[in-house]
Design a protein around this ligand. Structure first.
Ligand SMILES: *[C@@H]1O[C@H](CO)[C@@H](O)[C@H](O)[C@H]1NC(C)=O
Ligand SMILES: *[C@@H]1O[C@H](CO)[C@@H](O)[C@H](O)[C@H]1NC(C)=O
Ligand SMILES: *[C@@H]1O[C@H](CO)[C@@H](O)[C@H](O)[C@H]1NC(C)=O
Length: 218
């Protein structure tokens, strides 16, 4: 009876939006299981801005798959160099010369829209050049942090798992203005994501993932 109650509580916890303001997910080890699936408020969009703050090792930051494209929208830090890759509908663009630092909270924003077909990366408020990537509508997304999807909602690879901390994940269905991105970077009063918002996050955590307070001293 007690176990049943606990299970029910866990299930309802996963479904109800939670305010994770001031908190972070911790992925403490390489696995091919630990992940957090983030519910999106829309099932179809033609532009994306994704912003988040990671700390620690390279690998996938945010993986969005669709039934047709495993890398529907993927932000990926390659190991051992200063390259960050962005994928849209399986097309890849690489951004070199990125000063991604370990042991420091980083702010990353990526923007794409299907009208210009351009993608741009912002690392700690510094914009990359805009590059052509193509793309049209993204439908039926599954958004995951902690793992990279090689199938729709699965196909995880231990060598492409995220080890570290992740906070402030937001997604919008439009391209944020440079000023709004700057407000996110400085953690000022920015417009929260209308597709995914950290302060009302519907998520389902699987495997060894912890939620802890992100300690900051003012
Ligand atoms: C979330 O929590 C923060 C910090 O406790 C609070 O300032 C904010 O108003 C809350 N937001 C919502 C949408 O509940
Ligand atoms: C995500 O949230 C929406 C709106 O609350 C809901 O209709 C939908 O079923 C949820 N999707 C998943 C996969 O939980
Ligand atoms: C992961 O990488 C290690 C070391 O390079 C390799 O031995 C192993 O086969 C890889 N595992 C998978 C599932 O690719």
């Amino acid at each position: 009876m007690a176990l049943l109650l606990l299970l029910v509580m866990l299930t309802s916890c996963a479904a109800a939006p939670q305010n994770l303001s001031g908190k972070m997910f911790i992925f403490p080890q390489e696995t091919d299981t630990a992940n957090v699936r983030l519910n999106t408020s829309m099932q179809s969009f033609t532009a994306v801005t994704a912003c988040f703050r990671p700390q620690q090792e390279p690998q996938p930051f945010l993986s969005l798959s669709t039934p047709s494209f495993h890398n529907g929208f993927l932000v990926f830090k390659e190991a051992g160099n200063n390259v960050i890759d962005i994928y849209v509908r399986n097309n890849r663009v690489t951004f070199t010369g990125q000063d991604y630092m370990l042991n420091t909270w980083q702010s990353i924003c990526t923007t794409w829209d299907s009208e210009s077909e351009l993608v741009q990366l912002w690392l700690n408020g510094k914009p990359s050049i805009k590059k052509f990537i193509g793309g049209s509508v993204i439908t039926d997304p599954i958004v995951i942090v902690g793992q990279e999807q090689d199938s729709h909602g699965g196909g995880f690879d231990i060598n492409q798992s995220f080890v570290g901390m992740m906070s402030d994940v937001h997604m919008w269905n439009y391209v944020l203005s440079p000023c709004e991105i700057q407000r996110f970077v400085e953690d000022l009063n920015f417009t929260p994501g209308n597709v995914i918002k950290w302060r009302a996050l519907e998520f389902e955590a699987t495997g060894r993932v912890l939620v802890e307070n992100k300690i900051t001293c003012e």
